[in-house]
Design a protein around this ligand. Structure first.
Ligand code: ADP
Ligand code: MG
Length: 238
């Protein structure tokens, strides 16, 4: 019974998501068709229209890519990895983008190993999504702090920015698919991140006040605290 319930819950979420995706993709498609029809009638190519069509295509591409991260069953391969190395990779990846906006990264990692049982690419994607949001919230520059410590057999990662912050009434909407206040945002980054962290048996929390930045805290079970290898395999075939 419980299993049935769980499944139907999953299906409802999938159904809602599918409807959302269909809607979000149909909008740019409609625009694309409109411009193409116009060009067919006029038999001329208008550079501005081509530019708009390319940006609509890019939007579809972004939406599809974010979903692909969630749904690549073959690529999901859980391993023991040290979170500190994944965080360092993310800093190197985004360093030049941050520099453009006068943003500096500060890393504060613990000296002890911070091993988690994870799909490295997915976890990296989570940190990239969060740090990108931080960068986008700080057009005037500032500091983004990536902190990591171990507590109670958990690995905790805290990413803090000095950006515009998030109004209280918006906080509960974060993680809803397609919620965005950015012109070219997809509103999928946090939803995808939350799902990935859940699939890793962790949790993610966002705290913020307008004007004083945002703080994202991710807690994951430390690998040593996680179940032995046998049940790990059972988990994978779920
Ligand atoms: P997107 O970045 O495409 O808008 P996300 O799911 O990554 O989608 O984020 C959803 C929304 O949450 C953003 O549009 C923004 O309003 C808010 N948000 C997320 N992170 C931050 C942050 N660090 N500072 C301020 N607002 C944020
Ligand atoms: Mg984002």
């Amino acid at each position: 019974m419980e299993e049935l319930l769980r499944r139907s819950e999953k299906l409802t979420t999938v159904g809602q998501l599918a409807a959302g995706v269909a809607h979000e993709i149909r909008n740019p498609l409609t625009t694309l068709r409109g411009f193409l029809q116009l060009q067919q009638e006029k038999k001329v190519l208008i550079p501005l229209h081509i530019e708009l069509m390319l940006s609509e295509l890019e939007r579809i591409n972004l939406i599809v890519s974010e979903f692909l991260i969630l749904s690549k069953p073959q690529a999901v391969h859980f391993q023991q990895k040290d979170v500190r190395f994944i965080l360092s990779d993310v800093i190197s990846l985004l360093d030049s983008q941050a520099h453009l906006f006068d943003i500096e990264f500060v890393a504060r990692f613990s000296d002890e190993p911070a091993t988690v049982h994870c799909e490295e690419n997915q976890l990296k994607q989570v940190f990239i999504n969060i740090v990108k949001n931080a960068i986008e919230a700080m057009p005037q520059g500032g500091t983004i702090t990536l902190e990591q410590y171990t507590a109670d057999q958990s690995v905790v990662i805290v990413i803090t920015d000095e950006g515009e912050g998030i109004p209280e009434d918006i906080l509960p909407k974060l993680g809803e698919p397609f919620f965005t206040n950015k012109e070219t945002g997809t509103g999928l980054g946090l939803m995808v991140s939350q799902r990935i962290i859940q699939a890793h048996k962790g949790s993610m929390e966002i705290a913020s006040e307008v004007g004083s930045g945002a703080k994202v805290t991710i807690t994951m079970p430390a690998a040593e605290a996680v179940i032995p290898r046998k049940s790990m395999n059972e988990e994978r075939s779920e």
